[in-house]
Design a protein around this ligand. Structure first.
Ligand code: ATP
Length: 357
């Protein structure tokens, strides 16, 4: 049996509550696909900082680097901060350390999954938002200057990362086109106002020219916020700067029924982290009512990525089984957590997914 090493950051707040069932489900379908996943839970996070003075120990980074993939829940606690008052966000630091430039945020409705939007017959929500995750307005995170009268932050767009990011977007659109999607990449920016975005757009067009089999177009971020609500079914793959992507991905999560439903991946050259779009939800932590589906679906995304990275198609089938099981539970809508309008606990919902498998 093939075996793969999975580094796990179970995090803070609701993190451990949703990580345990997700690991169990992913482990089960992988085993059925003849792949053993060796999980290693690594110390990190705001709680670890409070108790041990370190938020992301070197040994955890080394273990994550050595792993075949990384599964992460969420980190940070509102009352635990660094001495300068900033939040503890090792998940963002990991993106920089491992060069995870492509934040993949699928905005997809599984059968049975409800959207607050009224979706016309014959249409569905099924696009992917790619958020650049290592530069943009986050490039100089924690280095902004603040005086009594003025605050300044810096936005950085580099040619190197932009080229890799756009190439990633075009590759993904091509893979989707092979499955029947339109093969379209939309660059979302604010090129009409900022030079940095005009620079980014120019690089987008250069990379688009190398991919003539795909459709490439552009949109301003404010218009995209409108279109994501008015006609989101028209999009295939979108690619954007870090801060714009941060905001639009929460809008996307809202379209999918909330943060508890939105999985994601942060992918670089050789490393990948899979985690739900949501944070540690301190307001409901410890109550056993967090929705584990975003975490479980992030695990499915991990299997899909490993299927490609390790050339093991059985893992893609395993990922599909998880999606189908989640979809079945959502269609029945008997056992769902309070964020989805139900009364079930985290473990009830996770058990329902297991039963559906
Ligand atoms: P971050 O800044 O780390 O992204 P945040 O403070 O923006 O975090 P979250 O921790 O994601 O926000 O929580 C936002 C809201 O969504 C909270 O009310 C929280 O309870 C809810 N929420 C987040 N994740 C879940 C989940 N898995 N299940 C149920 N509710 C959730």
């Amino acid at each position: 049996m093939q075996s793969l090493k999975i580094a796990v950051f179970d995090g803070d707040g609701i993190g451990p509550e949703i990580t345990e069932p997700a690991m169990k489900i992913v482990d089960r379908v992988a085993r059925d696909a003849q792949v053993r996943l060796d999980f290693e839970v690594l110390p990190s996070g705001a709680g670890h900082y409070r108790d041990h003075g370190e938020s992301l120990p070197e040994s955890s980074v080394a273990a994550a680097r050595a792993a075949d993939a990384i599964l992460l829940s969420a980190m940070g606690l509102p009352d635990v901060r660094y001495p300068d008052g900033t939040e503890i966000v090792p998940q963002i630091e990991l993106r920089f350390i491992l060069g995870l430039y492509a934040g993949v945020r699928p905005v997809k409705l599984l059968p049975g999954q409800q959207s607050p939007l009224k979706i016309p017959d014959g249409k569905t929500l099924d696009f992917i938002l790619i958020r650049e995750s290592t530069e943009g307005l986050f490039a100089r995170m924690n280095e902004g200057t603040v005086t009594e009268d003025e605050a300044q932050e810096t936005l950085v767009i580099t040619r190197g990362v932009s080229e890799k990011l756009f190439d990633f977007a075009f590759r993904l659109a091509r893979q989707r086109k092979a499955k029947g999607y339109p093969g379209r990449v939309t660059c979302v920016d604010k090129a009409n106002v900022f030079r940095a975005f005009a620079f980014m757009r120019k690089i987008f067009h250069e990379r688009a020219a190398l991919n003539p089999d795909l459709v490439a177009d552009t949109a301003y971020v404010d218009a995209m916020a409108l279109w994501m609500v008015q006609r989101p079914w028209e999009f295939d793959v979108m690619v954007t700067e870090n801060m714009f992507g941060d905001i639009l991905s929460d809008l996307g999560a809202g379209l999918m029924g909330g943060l508890g439903m939105a999985p994601s991946a942060d992918i670089g050259d050789g490393h990948a982290v899979f985690q739900p779009c949501h944070g540690t939800a301190p307001d409901i932590a410890g109550q056993g009512i967090a929705n584990p589906l975003a975490m479980i679906l992030s695990g499915a995304m991990m299997l899909e990525w490993l299927a490609m990275d390790k050339d093991t198609p059985a893992l893609s089938e395993a990922a599909g089984r998880v999606e189908t099981a989640v979809s079945k539970v959502l269609t029945e809508r008997i056992i769902v957590t309070p964020d989805l309008g139900g009364w079930a606990s985290t473990s009830d919902l996770a058990r329902a997914v297991e039963a559906a498998l």
